[in-house]
Write a protein that binds this ligand. Structure first.
Ligand code: GRG
Length: 303
């Protein structure tokens, strides 16, 4: 076993994730309006999806990036929660009949199945809006003021990134698209928000420009690998295992890495991207153990 492998194994990721998830869930409880706040339906709907049992990978990446740059987790918590709110909004909207039309998410009936389409749309809108109110509670740092934090979130969630990916995804359904177009979709639909999470973590530590560049490279590569693994799991796992409907990509005739290059090649590409993500962390000189462990976990995950 190489030294790098040995060090990665020494990091207790399950314990780390349990602690991070508890901190993130506690913060989300505090940041979001209480379930009983009027009108209670919308707050119950927002809370239903946010506490439905997501893996909390984006907040974990955000907090781990902050630590790699020497900050306390507390400083990054509002930003980690803001990203999770945007992610959850995108899932609620993605599940709507006008989009992917799904009835299972995070192991539970989708938001619109429980609350109806109108409330589900509004719950997504409200989570997106709350994300910015939560991010505004971050303290701001000498190198990164609130203007930078808001711009970072808005860019990742906006019509050139997250929404652009979803538009391109919708427009490519049933079509044969080249691998370059698939990468364009993955960069925007998935990688942009993961990368944003990592960058915000760095910003909350008042990171230097070279550190931010390293985190950007890491987030970009991990984000692409994450979506390729998601595509692989869609064809290799069951709905019970995933907590969302398996086999959707094939049914919707979506272009995916497995459908374009096959399963084995897809796995190789995901591994190669993860290796690039590890290399990006070199400037941290071994101080980014949690980020390394998360990248490896995301590559090997089975749900
Ligand atoms: C703005 C409507 C709208 C959509 C934006 C993000 C998105 C585009 C659609 C969501 C569906 C999807 C397949 C997105 C790709 C990112 C992805 C793999 C999401 C699932 O993330 P996980 O596995 O989910 O981290 P949990 O439930 O664990 O948080």
């Amino acid at each position: 076993m190489s030294l790098a492998q040995d060090q990665k194994q020494a990091f207790d990721l399950p314990c780390y994730l349990r602690q991070q998830m508890a901190a993130v869930d506690g913060a989300l409880q505090r940041f979001l309006p209480p379930a009983g706040a009027k009108p209670a339906t919308i707050h119950r709907a927002m809370r239903y999806s946010i506490f439905a049992g997501g893996k909390r990978m984006r907040p974990a990446l955000c907090l781990a990036a902050a630590e790699a740059c020497g900050a306390e987790m507390e400083a990054a918590l509002p930003l980690a929660c803001a990203v999770e709110c945007i992610h959850t909004y995108s899932l609620i909207h993605d599940d709507l009949p006008a989009m992917d039309n799904d009835d299972l998410r995070r192991g539970k009936p989708t938001n619109h199945k429980v609350f109806g389409e109108g409330i589900a749309i509004l719950a997504g809108d409200a989570l997106l809006t709350e994300a910015f109110a939560i991010a505004a509670q971050a303290k701001g740092w000498p190198r990164y003021g609130h203007r930078d934090l808001v711009r970072e979130l808005a860019r990742a969630a906006g019509s050139r990134q997250l929404i652009a990916g979803q538009v391109a995804d919708l427009e490519s359904e049933g079509k044969k698209i080249p691998a370059g177009q698939l990468r364009y979709i993955h960069e925007r639909k998935t990688s942009a928000l993961l990368c944003c999470a990592v960058r915000l973590g760095g910003m909350s530590a008042n990171c230097t420009a070279p550190q931010l560049k390293a985190l950007t490279d890491f987030g970009y590569n991990v984000g692409l690998a994450f979506q390729i693994i998601d595509d692989i799991l869609d064809v290799t796992q069951t709905s019970e295992q995933l907590g969302k409907t398996a086999g959707k990509d094939t049914a919707a005739e979506k272009a995916t890495y497995p459908s374009i290059v096959g399963l084995e090649k897809s796995r190789q590409i995901a591994s190669q991207l993860t290796r690039r993500a590890f290399s990006a962390l070199q400037p941290f000189k071994g101080k980014a153990k949690a980020l390394e462990a998360l990248a490896e976990f995301l590559l090997k995950r089975d749900k």
